[in-house]
Design a binder for this molecule. Structure first.
Ligand code: SF4
Length: 381
């Protein structure tokens, strides 16, 4: 194997059975329950779901950025860097070359070595993530100074210019303060900082949410181009499933702290299995194809201190039946065209349903009926 050889044929990140609770006086919030996912090298894994689905909590758990009262109560996050990185800069030096490290069990010192160099995060709000009283160039060189103390000032400056160019910002903005940049430029600057030490994994938490659609698209295209050029892997967190259908290789749909469907982008586009995935896909308009009536998903996500028994989605699901109220559905292979697609829904489990799984037309009709009912309940004219 050459210098870029992989530690093994293992995935880059293996998230195994991770659970996170927030302890509060009025009850424990089960923000994440038994989540297992895999990030392959050079790939983009999308996490989608409504607010409170656990997608951001998972991103922060992976990077160990959760603060009390959040507590990771179970699981492991195995990171397998390339051998070339492991022998040089990885915090995993204490382990045998090629062995994965469990990020959730690293010491603070090992964690500091891991962050930025191996694992970087792009936060949602660029204005809050950047220091308003320090110019952008200094914020980039600050990361370089801290993590690569051997670099000269000139090398730091050259690298800062290179990073700004990479994300499409003119080098003459090196000494601009965040308030002098547009929202899109600020978000690009944050991405430049994340790229400073060429990490293997970048976690992007709603990186384009606050931007208009044109800028959003430009930044997505930039992320795709950079990923191809630099070969990093991405966990992309968003409530906007339409973004993931353009960007991600694999998408995990989350609801009430669990993964309810996992599929490739194409599988999700052409045949979402879980009624919640279908509802999310039907919550945004398409600019291609036939015009269709959008219904959204009636109701609200559950209170995570009192998650409904059985399938947490059953109070909102237009397909719910008796077993859904008492038996928790677990992820099972969905017999799709690849072996990736899995779904946690009794409709696909012959132990609970002998009927054929619903077609898209049936799901649409059920959502229409549920939508009409919710309008009636709200007293719509
Ligand atoms: Fe709906 Fe039941 Fe499937 Fe849950 S298990 S998504 S309630 S059909």
């Amino acid at each position: 194997m050459n210098n870029g050889a992989f530690a093994a044929s293992r995935p880059l990140l293996e998230i195994k059975h991770v659970s996170v609770d927030y302890r509060a006086d009025n009850g424990t919030v089960h923000a994440l329950t038994d989540v297992s996912l895999t990030l392959e090298r050079g790939r983009i894994l999308g996490l989608a779901g409504e607010s409170g689905s656990g997608k951001s909590t998972l991103g922060y758990a992976i990077t160990r950025l959760l603060k009390p009262p959040a507590e990771i109560v179970a699981g492991e996050v195995l990171y397998s860097p390339r051998v070339s990185r492991q022998m040089g800069t990885s915090p995993a030096n204490a382990t045998a070359p090629g062995a994965p490290v469990d990020i959730l069990r690293l010491t603070q010192k090992q964690l500091r070595a891991l962050r930025w160099k191996e694992l970087a995060i792009v936060f949602q709000s660029a204005m809050n993530a950047l220091n308003p009283v320090i110019d952008v160039g200094a914020q980039i060189t600050d990361v370089l100074r801290t993590h690569q103390p051997g670099m000269s000032r000139q090398q730091q400056r050259d690298r800062a210019v290179e990073l700004l160019r990479m994300v499409g910002i003119s080098p003459d903005r090196l000494h601009s303060y965040p308030h002098e940049l547009s929202g899109g430029m600020r978000q690009r600057a944050i991405i430049a900082i994340a790229l400073a030490l060429s990490p293997e994994v970048i976690i992007m938490d709603e990186p384009t949410t606050a931007l208009d659609v044109v800028v959003q698209r430009e930044i997505l295209m930039q992320i795709i181009a950079l990923r191809k050029e630099l070969a990093f892997s991405v966990i992309f967190i968003t409530h906007d499933l339409s973004l993931l259908l353009e960007l991600a290789d694999t998408v995990a749909i989350m609801y009430a702290g669990r993964v309810v469907e996992l599929a490739t982008r194409d599988e999700l586009k052409s045949r979402p299995r879980h009624p919640y995935s279908y509802g999310m896909l039907n919550s945004f308009p398409t600019i291609y194809g036939e015009r269709r009536h959008m219904t959204g998903i009636p109701g609200s996500p559950p209170d995570l201190r009192a998650i409904p028994a059985g399938c947490a989605f059953h109070p909102r699901c237009p397909m719910a039946f008796a077993a859904c109220k008492s038996v928790l559905p677990l992820l099972r292979p969905a017999a799709g065209p690849t072996d990736v697609q899995q779904v946690a829904c009794h409709l696909y489990d012959p132990r609970y349903s002998s009927a054929e799984p619903p077609t898209a037309a049936e799901l649409a009709a059920r959502y229409e009926a549920a939508y009409a009912l919710s309008l009636g309940e709200r007293g719509a004219p």
